[in-house]
Write a protein that binds this ligand. Sequence first.
Ligand code: KMH
Ligand code: ZN
Length: 310
Amino acid sequence: MARNHKTIITCAVTGAIHTPTMSDALPYTADAIAEQAIAAAEAGAAILHLHARNPDTGAPSIAPEDFAPFLPRIKQATDAVVNISTGGSLTATIAERIAPARRFSPEMCSMNMGSLNFSFHPLAARYDEWKFDWERDYVAGSEGNIFRNTFRDIREAAETLAPEAIKFEHEIYDVGHLYNLKFMVDQGHFRAPIFLQFVMGILGGIGADVDNLVFMKRTADKLFGNSYRWSVLAAGAAQIPLAVTAAQMGGHVRVGLEDSLFIMRGELATSNAQQVIKLRRIIEDLGQSVATPDEAREILGLKGGDKVGF
Ligand code: KMH
Ligand code: ZN
């Protein structure tokens, strides 16, 4: 690893997996999403990966109107890179999923690189009572959901979003997804440096351990040479430990309540910023430094915060 390696921290603030019953800290109103995103940026997150939610029920939303109230507030209050999810629904069409990125033209958006039975149904058994009616069926129902990201979906998303010059956070849930991405890169859909987000520990995808991370990284080296940058998100208890390993290996890292509700085993996090602060402290204690938003823009080749559509 280069001695001057700067680690980019992404914070994924709310996501579409966890539900309000699972943690009081999970933000779902526009105010709460904005406040937690801003605090995460102040704590050291250079990139904010954002989903929207229905402000009354907390249900995941991909409606552009639910992004509209918090995006300008975040832009005004921070210099952080805004990354809008295109994976916020396991059942919507790709055209619906990319609508917020089309409308707001952020510097970054997610791009899921393969289809999988993205499941979190085991969480349903942990709660007897739910705050909102939709939650139990939503969580339990993921057992039967295929999160669809076919080659055609990916091509359509890439072609539709091409005029926006958005840099993609390519979600890689398993080794085969690297080969899907290689195919799409060879077809000319994505420009270097490509940014890989190794997603580890989702039921339906690869497990969260160091062996698997090394294998994914070695495969990416083979396929993409030095034309890629990479980051790790690990779901649940592996979140911070695997992020620290990734930073030590020269990668970038993602935390946030989208990926884990905990600050340590058995203890719920009080906010997104708490996770960012913890990870940043460990990274700095180990002698590395974290990237500012402008350093992240440089590392990833982003278009700039003045070229977004919100
Ligand atoms: N929730 C993560 C495991 C997306 O937003 O496009 C994957 C994710 C997908 O962040
Ligand atoms: Zn996401």
